[in-house]
Ligand binder design. Structure first.
Ligand code: NAG
Ligand code: NAG
Length: 470
């Protein structure tokens, strides 16, 4: 090969190596670009005394020095030593909204197939990085785990497998067992276990309350992973069939449950996971909705005396203009099954009030995390005088209130966000206090640049080495 080409290859490899280094540096340290939003320590940015020295320079210099210093300090903090900072915060919940993974089939173009494949690892990168860096006590995926309720059982299973293996690192054995339990022997494809559901889940005979669960499997991980059902996972109540419910419950676990923590102490708190899709109707199968309301009554009957974090998919009712989505309900009316709920942006006002009354009945501080609208929003529900319902606004309008954060989507087109909810028990006031922040990444392109440049650079250097040997 000519000397010129060898030289050119050499310089290309150098450029490739730099691109690989810089892009990897960025994708593995991006939380440091928003240190205050992306760590449990929300004061972080203002804690750095160096900032004052930097103020002596030019404004833009100051800004860059400031970012640089933040970056380095935050990075050092996050290198394995993170846990000692983290332990100060007792409740560290990492939340992801609407991953909505799409599928590939024989009509998918090559380009979109590759996009979908890369997207799984992009989402997985965000989860793994944030999990390692922030050492959360809980990781919750707030519904719309996949992108459509209209897929067949086999496709539903295949997407769940991607969700479980490529993105959120779940134990493969759970799905292997599920497949063994329920598949079509002729076609060898997964099949939703409707009879199992009717016998066990549908009649609410399954246990739905837990105590002090900090992980589902101690030998596997040290945080609690929670799936929440979204409209694309189980359908809107007017769509939801027994098949849809049974495959969700079989592959993703319970759609309604609660876990109480430290109930014997003044720090008592709990999480409540609620299938908000099966509340408003008209429902295709009213039993499925009744089941959720029964769950809420049972929860209420506990007379729990601590703080509550409610995890659900559909945001609660609010007037137009507070968040991206306004209230909206659409219905099917095909003249056969009667009118059925086809879509909703929020819960209806009546359902919202009932949920708030039943879940936050004891007046203790609480927090609601949900997804659905993709754009994210933060609001506050204030209780109006005795039994007059709740009012939603940007800040509280009465002394008894619950905050709600709709977590902006983790999808690339919404910049790969993670929601951080921290809870601390305030000894002086004897109550839980919560703080929420949203940590953005960026579109999927930098991740692609990192991976493609790594591949090309390794290839480039290998070719270069071969050429040198000859
Ligand atoms: C799901 O995956 C299995 C095995 O990889 C495959 O045989 C099946 O066709 C897939 N299902 C769909 C709907 O693509
Ligand atoms: C959440 O869903 C994944 C994917 O199927 C599964 O592996 C995991 O066990 C589920 N989590 C719970 C708590 O059921």
């Amino acid at each position: 090969m000519g000397l010129f080409i060898q030289r050119a290859l050499f310089y290309l490899c150098i450029v490739g190596s730099l691109t690989t280094l810089i892009s990897h540096f960025y994708i593995f340290t991006y939380p440091s670009t928003h240190a205050n939003l992306c760590s449990w320590d929300h004061e972080l940015e203002w804690d750095i005394p160096w900032q004052r020295d930097a103020a002596l320079g030019q404004w833009h210099l100051k800004k860059w020095v400031h970012i640089g210093v933040n970056y380095v300090i935050d990075m050092i903090r996050s290198l394995g030593g993170a846990s000692q900072w983290d332990k100060k915060t007792q409740l560290r919940m990492l939340a992801f909204g609407d991953p909505q993974i799409i599928g590939v089939n024989k009509h998918t173009t090559y380009r979109s197939g590759v996009d979908t494949f890369g997207n799984d690892f992009f989402l997985g990168h965000i989860f793994q990085l944030m999990q390692r860096r922030l050492n959360p006590t809980h990781v919750v995926i707030l519904g719309d785990l996949i992108s459509s309720q209209w897929v067949d059982d086999s496709e539903y299973f295949n997407r769940t497998r991607r969700y479980s293996q490529r993105i959120y690192n779940r134990k493969p054995s759970v799905l292997q067992r599920a497949f063994q339990e329920s598949h079509d022997r002729q076609t060898g494809q997964y099949k939703s276990p409707v009879q199992w559901w009717k016998d066990n889940v549908g009649n609410n005979h399954q246990e739905c309350s837990y105590k002090d669960v900090y992980t589902w499997d101690k030998s596997f991980e040290n945080f609690l992973f929670v799936n929440v059902s979204g409209n694309h996972d189980v359908g809107y109540s007017g769509d939801t069939t027994y098949e849809m419910m049974s495959r969700y419950n079989h592959l993703y676990g319970k759609d309604n449950f609660w876990i109480e923590y430290q109930t014997q102490s003044k720090r008592a708190w709990r999480i409540v996971v609620l299938n908000s899709l099966a509340l408003d109707g008209p429902c295709l199968h009213s039993e499925i909705c009744d089941r959720t309301w029964e769950f809420l009554s049972e929860l209420h009957l506990q007379g729990f005396n601590g703080s509550t974090i409610l995890l659900t998919h559909v945001p609660l009712y609010k007037r137009e203009g507070l968040c991206k989505d306004g209230p909206s309900m659409e219905y099917y009316d095909d003249g056969q099954d009667g009118v059925l709920l086809a879509e909703q942006n929020h819960l209806s006002q009546e359902s919202s009030d009932r949920v708030l009354d039943l879940v936050f009945d004891n007046g203790k501080p609480g927090f609601i995390l949900n997804g659905h609208d993709h754009w994210g929003c933060e609001t506050v529900y204030s209780q109006m005088g005795d039994g007059n319902g709740w009012e939603c606004d940007k800040s509280n309008t009465s002394a008894r209130y619950v905050r709600e954060a709709t977590v902006k989507s983790v999808m690339g087109q919404y910049h790969g966000n993670s929601g951080l909810l921290r809870g601390d028990f305030n000894e002086e006031r004897q109550e839980w206090e919560y703080e929420y922040s949203l940590c953005p990444f960026t579109r999927e392109h930098p991740w692609w640049v990192a991976k493609v440049s790594l591949f090309l650079t390794v290839l480039g250097w290998s070719v270069y080495a071969l050429v040198q040997m000859h």
